[in-house]
Design a protein around this ligand. Sequence first.
Ligand code: ATP
Ligand code: LTN
Length: 327
Amino acid sequence: MKRVFSGIQPSGELHLGNYLGAIRNWVEMQHSADAFFCVVDLHALTIPKESGEVGAASLRLSQLLMACGLDPHVCTMFVQSHVREHTELAWLMECHVSFGELSRMTQFKDKSAQQKDFISAGLFTYPALQAADILLYDTDEVPVGADQRQHIEITRDIAERFNGRYGETFVLPEAVIPQAGARVMDLQEPTNKMSKSLESPRGTVDLLDPPEVVVKKIKSAETDSDTEVRFDFETKPGVSNLLSILAAATQRDPNEIAGDYEMYGPLKADAADAVVEMLTPIQARFTELEADPAETARLLEFGADKAQEIAAATVKRAKANLGLLAN
Ligand code: ATP
Ligand code: LTN
């Protein structure tokens, strides 16, 4: 059975882009693969946080992932800092990636530009920790949104370099990016991707937004001054974003959907309805799960134990192949 791994940061509320670009795919893949999904709390520390913030967000995110359909009895769900091998392998990764390679990462360029007074070293070496996450589990496939393609490529480069120097150690992973929903854009600034950390509350649909808020945000989405409905991100980013959201929510083709509309109003109304319909059951399940944090913690511990068994074997192999003194 193929092995699947992906991660998500407890860095803010989950939004429609996370769901359509990644999580929905995870829910599907858990049934056909040996799947590992990780709440990457250590990655969230790359941007300064208050004490306690990341722990609370990790619990909430885990509950929301379960509400979306991840089943801890079907896949392996855990929190990154509960499996110490992630940080151990990350150091070995850091020593096999160059300053130049890390400098080319667009996520680093974007996020460091947003930080005013403190750019942590962790923000720069972030891809080394991500490579460790993926390589620890002999991962074949990594389901992610389009923005993560560069990070999966650098993971492959590091793995190939390591294997080349010390012999076969790591499996080379591949990114799996969905056809529709791979890059959901901000509703107010449709040339930016919808993001947890970008301060754009009116442009971001959170998975837990009540229906009337979802409707209001989608109806006030930025479009353009002419009224033609056409799927073309270059010249019509706002309209194309709405078409791709509607397409992803209804599992249809955005070009085909464009032919059904002559005005923006009905397109917005249908997109809003489709999103509300998709989110309603998730919100109901979340309310139930939220009531029992002890059970969530128990499930996460169970996941971490399963993950650690595999991770420990990989670290052992990597150290042996490197030729560190055995203990
Ligand atoms: P941040 O803004 O803090 O970087 P994020 O919203 O980008 O957060 P992540 O935790 O970094 O979210 O990403 C989780 C998953 O969601 C990743 O697989 C990522 O590719 C996907 N994803 C994030 N934003 C979008 C988007 N706008 N459209 C499609 N997929 C997305
Ligand atoms: N960098 C990713 C989150 C992430 C991840 C991973 C995704 C950390 N480790 C391993 C896939 C596999 C992000 O910012 N979305």
